[in-house]
Design a protein around this ligand. Structure first.
Ligand code: SAH
Length: 341
């Protein structure tokens, strides 16, 4: 069955035409769907006959929050959503001074196999539909009562491995008749699928691209991110420079500090060397403990030393504040826990 919430207003036009209705109805239906209605009956400005006709042909799905955890420390909210097929994904609402941000999932599971990540244990189950990504933003906002102004695609899944649906999601969520969240308020995080980074560059979107680098050399990176065997650090960084040249948007590199694995002075020196002159930004994160993983977060001393080496070399670096530490807020963990129980 056609999933109406994954369609843009112009794509809804044939749907209403087929039912003998004028085109402007498409815009009305889009607006209702993207305000989170659960049934066609709520679309009160549509003629009754049209509502009935839609009801006969289509279904509106809404995700069910099967778990909700609220951090006592900082108000971070984590949701586990159950989708129409019983699959579950997570979203996290974070409250920042610059606005409320939701971190959403792009796939059920993930096939990239990063060894420190909870989302990839068990592999990929399926891609999310565009509407299922919209729903995470929409229902996080509705349930929490917090106006969402920013989105990060940093939850479960590899967004560029679900390229077409993610592109469609971006068009839906930024549409002025829908949630209207502009590209400059959206970040997309990738493990660095090079062809897809190239393809994204062609789209010239104003979003922020975050690349999960986590190591400056092939030996270290391949040991923690199997995907690196396909492209290698050199190729990835080339694609990133190309991306910056084409879009004018600076890349943000994610770097999870893992004790004794990627956090030595030598790693910092090498990273600074590789990123010199790229105008990029490094976002350091202390590794979150994942039960199934052998890796541990770096010590505060190695984190400090790493930061100061990068700063000395003129690299723009920040250490990400940890939110929701008391609710396992790093994505993938809640889904794992629920699956085990
Ligand atoms: N697949 C995408 C987006 C999802 S993960 C990507 O790889 O970027 C979002 C970020 O969290 C990535 O930078 C990922 O490497 C990081 N991450 C995964 N597990 C982590 C953990 N245990 N501790 C800290 N960061 C983690």
């Amino acid at each position: 069955m056609t999933d109406l919430k994954s369609l843009l207003p112009e794509e809804l036009e044939p749907v209403v035409s087929e039912l003998g209705q004028p085109r402007f109805r498409a815009g009305q239906i889009f607006k209702w769907l993207h305000s989170g209605v659960a049934s066609f009956d709520e679309m009160t400005d549509l003629p009754r006959a049209l509502r009935e006709a839609l009801k006969e042909r289509y279904t509106i799905y809404t995700p069910k929050a099967v778990r909700k955890q609220v951090s006592k420390q900082d108000g971070t909210i984590k949701y586990l959503w159950e989708l129409k097929d019983g699959s579950c994904v997570e979203s996290v609402v974070m409250r920042y001074e610059h606005g409320n941000t939701v971190c959403i999932s792009s796939q059920v599971g993930c096939r990239t196999g990063c060894r420190f990540c909870a989302s990839t244990i068990g592999g990929l189950v399926r891609n999310l539909e565009p509407s299922e990504m919209v729903d995470q933003v929409l229902f996080s906002q509705i349930d929490s009562g917090l106006k969402i102004s920013n989105i990060v695609l940093m939850g479960i899944g590899e967004p560029l491995d679900n390229f077409d649906n993610v592109m469609k999601f971006l068009r839906l969520v930024s549409h002025p008749k829908g949630m209207g969240i502009g590209m400059r308020h959206i970040s997309l995080s990738t493990c660095g699928l090079v062809e897809k980074v190239d393809k994204l560059a062609e789209n010239q979107l104003q979003l922020t691209l975050s690349v999960s680098l986590h190591a400056p050399d092939d030996e270290t990176r391949s040991a923690i991110m199997p995907i690196n065997r396909a492209y290698g650090v050199e190729k990835l960084l080339d694609a990133c420079s190309q991306y910056f040249r084409k879009t004018g948007r600076r890349i943000s590199f994610e770097y999870a500090m893992i004790r004794g694995v990627n956090d030595t002075r030598a790693h910092a020196e090498r990273l600074a060397e590789k990123l010199a002159g790229t105008h990029s930004h490094v976002n350091l994160i202390l590794l979150n403990n994942v039960e199934e993983s052998p890796f541990k977060p770096s010590t505060p001393q190695s984190l400090k030393a790493f930061v100061s080496i990068l700063r000395q070399r003129g690299i723009n670096v920040t250490v990400r504040r940890r939110l929701g530490g008391d609710i396992d807020a790093s994505c993938g963990q809640l889904r794992r826990k629920a699956a085990k129980e």
